[in-house]
Design a protein around this ligand. Structure first.
Ligand SMILES: O=C(O)CCC(=O)C(=O)O
Length: 256
């Protein structure tokens, strides 16, 4: 296992800033296996996609045709991605003080020269947890993520500012976002580049966004959205089906 737990200094930084970047978490071989599986999954999904799925999943902004924006629930659906999440079980437990549960995950493709932006939001607005604190997203870089190819940007300390109002554009009901002109520019915006195989951890209330991919290479990443096992999604903006929930047990990683 690559990373058993965060140090007390790292946890303190995460609690202060609302995010933490840790590089050198996964081996190149583990990431290679996940990337190879992402390509296979993308091809089979594109081949069997309905028109409704096309509107939500295909990235229309990229120069390369037929590129997916994302796929949902890689942790539940695909073994190489489940292994990545399970290898973070000890880290997530260290953040919560109790075992964690992955209730949703997303594989972002962010294709070259276009790969559209994700506007400013707080994850907890989507998830509606009972306990706003016991929520963490582990964002695993499958390619090096830089400012040029659209790494995440965080608003430092924004997790301590409570839940902001979110709105959705007319034809995109699930593209929820914060308007900083309404909430006020209270926090410092910081880019969070991550090396391939590294992880950016963020609190469920931390404001974040990613910009377009302006480079000629992919910026693939998997977001593993976790809550403490005793927490619950009581007011979610979208449906999160329990059949995709994966308890994070470290010993299960070896069995995948
Ligand atoms: O990877 C991205 O561009 C967006 C990720 C995100 O918003 C998240 O993981 O919560």
């Amino acid at each position: 296992m690559a990373l058993k737990a965060l140090s007390s200094e790292q946890i303190a930084r995460y609690r202060d800033d609302g995010y933490l970047v840790v590089n050198d978490v996964f081996t190149p071989e583990t990431i290679d296996a996940a990337v190879a599986d992402a390509s296979l999954w993308q091809q089979s999904f594109l081949a069997g996609m309905s028109e409704k799925e096309r509107a939500w999943y295909v990235d229309g902004s990229t120069a390369v045709p037929q590129q997916l924006r994302k796929l949902d629930n890689p942790v539940a659906e695909r073994a190489p991605f489940r292994r990545l999440a399970l290898e973070l079980a000890g880290v997530v437990e260290g953040v919560f003080g109790e075992p964690g549960l992955c209730f949703f995950s997303q594989l972002f493709f962010k294709p070259p020269q276009g790969g559209g932006p994700k506007p400013i939001h707080q994850d907890n607005f989507y998830f509606g947890p009972r306990d706003q604190e016991q929520m963490v997203t582990c964002w695993i870089a499958l390619d090096e993520a830089t400012v040029e190819n659209g790494c995440l940007h965080y608003w430092k300390g924004s997790h301590r500012g409570g839940m902001a109002e979110h709105f959705a554009p007319q034809d995109e009901p699930f593209n929820l976002q914060i308007d900083l002109a309404r909430t006020g520019e209270r926090f410092e915006k910081v880019p969070a580049p991550v090396a391939r195989g590294g992880v950016a951890f963020h609190h469920g209330l931390t404001y974040h966004q990613s910009a377009n991919n302006l480079s000629k290479r992919y910026r693939r990443a998997m977001a593993v959205h976790c809550m403490a096992a005793s927490n619950a999604l009581v007011n979610p903006a979208m449906a999160y089906d329990e059949k995709y929930f994966v308890p994070l047990r470290a010993e299960a990683a070896a069995a995948v």
